[in-house]
Structure formats: C-alpha cells, structure tokens
Design a protein around this ligand. Structure first.
Ligand code: CO
Length: 297
C-alpha cells in the first residue's frame, strides 16, 4: 500500500475575522494555499474573552460548505432559515451555504476557554446554487473509536477503520465524500488509515507534534501546521514525545476553477458579481425564504 508523503507545510498565520475574533489560518491564508476541495481552515484557541466575545455577527455565504467543530466553548448559530443551534465542546455544525445563507455565530460564554475549528469545503459547480441547509451535530452523535496503537479518533464525516471496527461519522453522502476525524495519540503511538487513493488529504496538528509518512521517509509536523499530503492509498503518522492531537481531512477533488470574493466562492468572476448583486438586493436567500414561508403556511 503506498503511503502518502508530507509534501507541503502551511504554518497557520494569526489573523482575525468576524467582529474581531482572533484565530490562526492555515489553508486559505492566500489563494494558493488551498487543497481542492478544501478552501480554508481556521483554528480559534484562547482563554481571553477579548479574543472571541465579539463573535461573528450576521454575514452571508454562497457556493460552499462551512463546518464548525468545537473542542471547548459555547456558541450559538442562527440563520435566515430559522435554524438555531448551540455549539458545545465536542459538537459540530455542518452548513451548506449553497445558493445563499445569512447566519451569525455568537459566543454564549463571557469567560473561559474557546477552542475549535472552522473549515470551508467547496461545492461542485452543479451544486453551488442548491438550497441552503444546516445540520447541528451533537457531541454524542460523534462516535469515538479506540486505535490499536493507542489513543482514539472521533469521526465527524466519512469513516475510520481500526483492525476490529469501522466507525462512520454522522455526515455522509456528500459529493466530495469528505473524511473529517479528530485524532488523539499518546507519546510515540502510530496511526495508519486507508484513504481513497485519489482524494486530497491533509492533517492539522493542534497539540504536540507528528512524524508524517512511512518509516524512513518521515517529515515532522509541529503544532499549528497543516501538512498537505501526496496521493496514496494510506496515511501513516507517529506522535512525538508529548503525544499529538490533530485533525485529519480528506475529500474528492473537484478540479474546477475557484473564484473567491470574501464569503462567496464561485467558478467565474461573473458568478461572483451576481452573488454581490443578489446580496445587495436581498435576493441571495430569496428562493429559500419564499419556500420556507410556503412550507410553513
Ligand atoms: Co459564516
């Protein structure tokens, strides 16, 4: 089985988004720093309320999916479709912006630690204008699997196999077939996982460090670094002396042009201009507002 090699390291840069939330951005820090279909990965991790209290007030998206995964903290999501979800430690939300969604994510805590991730996954051209959708994933819906080499993996999307058991995440059936797992390894533990050979994959270390690749061909990946992997049938990593916690992401690449303007990600400049006009005219979400009203009446 061909083991994927670590091809490129993207060190996360400090930045801020929303109304001033401090975060670290690895994928998405520049237009070249993407891994099809993954557009962006942000990690927010702080004990200081000033870094998160302003939250992410109402803002639009079109053309892709946003995934928020919380390790610690308490946030509230609200959107124009009337969804209201509370994000707590260990939970996630999977939002398909599609044609358009306007949402906010605001902290429900005034102090304490906030730690989590936001991931943007592109949609294929034929799905960019599909109806918006929102899925709240409670912590207990995310199965955890014990790994042979020690540690465990929580599976948000796709499937993780150990020798004795396969565990599927609550998110399935998307056309990019994403794998999203949160893995914790004790010091020195090894972890290997088969991944669809043609899918793009990366790991993002958020605690400790990893050696990535087959024995004899390893490269070190430190905390707050995203490691973009070659193609190959499996991934092999080993935790450093302090252990490691990381997220593992893989998905089917779209191989389509990407034109991004802030929260809109389309295939052409004209489609971006249309998204801006639609947003200014209140049409970004119009179809859904109308259908929502009719389904409620
Ligand atoms: Co958003």
């Amino acid at each position: 089985m061909s083991t994927r090699t670590l091809q490129q390291i993207l060190r996360a840069h400090p930045t801020s988004d929303g109304a001033g939330v401090k975060l670290r951005r690895s994928l998405g820090q520049s237009p070249g720093a993407r891994l099809d279909p993954f557009l962006m990965l942000d990690e927010f991790s702080t004990d200081n309320p000033d870094d998160y209290i302003a939250g992410f007030p109402a803002h639009p998206h079109r053309g892709f999916e946003t995934v928020t995964y919380m390790l610690e903290g308490h946030m509230q999501h609200e959107d124009h479709l009337g969804h209201r979800g509370e994000l707590v430690g260990g939970g996630a939300q999977w939002m398909t912006a599609g044609r358009g969604i306007i949402h906010s994510e605001m902290p429900l805590q005034e102090n304490g630690r906030m730690h989590g991730f936001q991931l943007w996954i592109n949609l294929p051209a034929r799905e960019k204008l599909k109806p918006a959708a929102y899925r709240d994933v409670r912590p207990e819906e995310i199965a955890s699997v014990a790994l042979e080499g020690g540690g465990h993996a929580r599976v948000i999307a796709g499937r993780i196999d150990s020798q004795t058991v396969s565990v599927e995440g609550p998110i399935q059936g998307l056309s990019t077939a994403p794998l999203f797992a949160d893995v914790k390894l004790p010091a020195g533990a090894c972890f290997t996982q088969a991944i669809e050979a043609t899918h793009n994959a990366f790991v993002y270390v958020y605690e400790g460090e990893l050696e990535v690749g087959a024995t004899g061909n390893q490269r070190r990946l430190a905390a707050h670094e995203a490691g973009l992997l070659s193609t190959g049938a499996c991934i092999a990593v080993a935790a450093g002396a302090l252990g490691a916690r990381f997220i593992l992401l893989a998905a089917r690449p779209l191989r389509e042009p990407v034109v991004q303007y802030g929260p809109f990600v389309m295939n052409t400049r004209e489609e971006i201009e249309q998204a801006i006009v639609d947003y200014q005219n209140g049409e970004l979400t119009k179809e859904h507002s109308a259908s929502l009203l009719s389904s409620r009446s």
